[in-house]
Design a protein. Structure first.
Lengths: 357, 293
């Protein structure tokens, strides 16, 4: 093992480079009070920023388009269209906090959807819905997990950078999905679409939104309250530190890719339910949309910081923007322009936060 | 890993320091012993049959020039590198230390020169990293953390080190601390978990005068209050002489001399480190070149 690459060298307090500011009294281990408060306010503001932006956008469009934007139908359709990407963004949040990245999620979603659709076709379109859900959903989850395992194994066992590993598996998964289908989309039983994809759980609340929210709560609690979550932050913050205290760093990183793959598989199944078929060609930018959502939500691209709920807000900001633009009659070409600007702002804020501490 | 972690040692419980106190050689079987350890990287033989022993309650300073093999020996003791030949004995029994976990299990805790803290985590999370306290019952079995308990224990640990604990230190992120404070956290972590031997790698490098004094004080506390033995790897000879019972000089991958700390001067050590004269001969060497420091 060569010299550890990383140490406590981001931000202030580099032990090897003491400056005047660091020669503070050890028995009073505290920042100057004013600076500490300033940093906390900035920290709090930048962490809550994305929710503020989201609320401001919703308020803006609601006032501008009171009859079209804040309607039950419109809110419902926004929620449904956000839910599949939200699953991808949650898995991506774990991977990015752990210091990695997963470009393969969109392709894994498509591949898992294809396998799931084929399994459901084999069972027969008239099979009872619970059976279709258990078989189709189970297969999609397992397929996604397998791709995640492959990503994780390649990232920790080979010296191939994660960006390249997942770029490679992205191509492989998408190509194989087309090989399996000859490029022709496979349809799924109508009952799945009617009851799950467009169906409501309670009142007007769609199943897809409920599923995404429940998953988000589970993922957020895992991240912030469990040992697994603690190790996820540690692995992204300083891998060597984790290794030295006995955290199984490589196994943990592989698990993060498995989480991402499994959620992509889940997304693949829900996508079938929503769009009635495998929509192979429609997910080519899902990975970038998910990564952008995570970054917009304030998860640091360098690892060690982040939150699932903020990623959720990061998913919703582009959805609300796009929806508002469409209703306003603005040409849809403006949407990526707006998202690009939001993304740059988010990374700028992240950089400032890092510089502050 | 599922069971709640029980921490080594009770806070503040005074241990009797090993009977050794200040003597030249370990009087009892050593707590930790490296016997005939060889290690090469490629064709470079870094360690060539090193023998070193640390007795109970003994503070041993390991000094030597760059490339003498100090850090390699340290890495072997902490499970980062594995040895080619020879063995490590703990309480007289040979143990295999292949991973950091093996070293911890043997009761050896290391404070690394580059700290190895997770900057984005708070002090309490760092103190407990890899050995988190979980909630009792089913939630604990699911891996839910008992942050309250960890923060309380972290405050206690910092207090033992003489850090006047202001509210909030345990919840400050490490990245917000000064270099000396970070070092204090790293020492506190090793002190908390070490059961036999505390290994410190250049703990005072780049520290100010006050911070150096603090760390040396912590080393003495590790021995006096926790009953730990200490292996101090350092270039800082005055500091080594201040706290150590014994100073072992490593030269060209072998131990070349062992001195009782109060009977040796910095000049003599420098001479031995650079090979100007052999430490075993009693003839003084006034020509020893201090400029090496």
């Amino acid at each position: 093992m060569s010299k550890p690459a990383s140490s406590v060298s981001q931000g202030t307090g580099v032990l090897g480079e003491p400056d005047a500011g660091e020669r503070r009294d050890l028995s009073a281990p505290r920042l100057p009070r004013a600076r500490a408060i300033g940093e906390r306010v900035w920290d709090f503001a930048s962490q809550g920023l994305i929710f503020g932006v989201l609320l401001a956008l919703i308020a803006f469009f609601s006032i501008l388009l009171p009859n079209q934007f804040p309607t039950a139908f419109n809110v419902r359709s926004m929620g449904i269209s956000a839910s599949v990407i939200a699953l991808l963004a949650m898995g991506q949040t774990f991977v990015i906090i752990g210091g990695g990245i997963d470009l393969s999620v969109g392709a894994v979603l498509v591949f898992s959807g294809v396998v799931s659709a084929k399994v459901m076709a084999a069972i027969g379109p008239d099979a009872p819905l619970p059976m279709l859900i258990v078989a189709g959903g189970g297969v999609a989850l397992l397929t996604g997990a397998a791709w995640g395992l492959l990503n994780g194994a390649l990232v920790v066992r080979t010296r191939i950078p994660d960006l390249i590993v997942t770029l490679g598996t992205m191509g492989i998964a998408l190509g194989l999905a087309q090989v399996l289908t000859n490029g022709v989309d496979v349809s799924v039983p109508l009952s799945l679409t009617n009851q799950l994809g467009n169906g409501n759980a309670i009142g007007g609340l769609p199943w897809l939104v409920v599923i995404a929210l429940v998953t988000a709560v589970i993922m957020q609690v895992t991240l912030s309250a469990t040992r697994f979550g603690r190790h996820t932050f540690a692995v992204g913050s300083n891998r060597e530190a984790g290794r030295r205290v006995g955290v199984k760093v490589d196994a943990h990183r592989a698990k993060l890719y498995m989480i991402s793959g499994t959620l992509a598989g889940f997304g693949g199944f829900l996508s079938l339910a929503l769009y009635t078929n495998t929509t192979i060609a429609a997910h080519s930018t899902d990975n970038l949309v998910a990564i952008a959502a995570v970054i917009i939500g304030g998860t640091s691209l360098f690892g060690g910081m982040g939150s699932v709920f903020r990623s959720l807000a990061g998913v919703l900001v582009p959805v609300v923007l796009q929806n508002g633009f469409v209703i306003m009659g603005l040409r849809p070409f403006w949407q990526p322009v707006a998202i690009g600007i939001v993304l740059l702002l988010a990374v700028y804020v992240d950089g400032r936060r890092r510089a502050a501490g | 890993m599922a069971a709640p972690v029980s921490r080594a040692g009770t806070n503040g419980e005074p241990h009797t320091p090993g009977a050794g106190g200040r003597s030249t050689a370990p009087p009892q079987p050593p707590v930790v012993e490296a016997v005939g350890v060889w290690k090469s990287f490629g064709r470079v033989e870094v360690l060539r049959g090193v023998n070193i022993a640390v007795g109970p309650g003994e503070i041993v300073a390991l000094v030597g020039d760059n490339g003498a093999g100090k850090s390699t020996l340290l890495k072997i003791l902490s499970g980062v590198e594995s040895l080619d030949a020879g063995e490590i004995r703990v309480d007289g029994r040979a143990v295999e230390i292949r991973t950091a976990a093996d070293a911890h299990a043997a009761g050896l805790e290391t404070v690394y020169q580059d700290l190895a803290l997770a900057p984005h985590l708070d002090v309490s999370a760092n103190l407990f990293l890899g050995r988190e306290t979980v909630l009792p019952g089913l939630l604990g079995r699911l891996g839910f953390l008992d942050n309250k308990e960890m923060r309380r224990a972290a405050s206690d640990d910092l207090q033992v080190l003489g850090l006047r604990v202001r509210e909030g230190l345990a919840t400050s992120r490490v990245v917000d601390l000064s270099g000396g404070q970070q070092q204090a956290v790293a020492v506190a972590r090793a002190l908390t978990w070490g059961r036999r031997l505390l290994i410190l790698d250049e703990p005072t490098a780049a520290l100010g005068v006050r911070e150096t004094a603090f760390v040396l004080d912590a080393v003495l506390k590790a021995r006096d209050e926790r009953g730990l033995s200490v292996l101090l790897v350092t270039h800082d000879l005055p500091s080594a002489l201040r706290v150590a019972d014994r100073v072992v000089v490593l030269r060209l991958g072998r131990e070349s001399a062992s001195f009782e700390a109060r009977r040796v001067s910095v000049e003599q050590l420098v001479g031995t480190i650079t090979g100007v004269f052999d430490g075993r001969s009693s003839a003084g060497a006034p020509e020893a070149d201090e400029a090496v420091l």
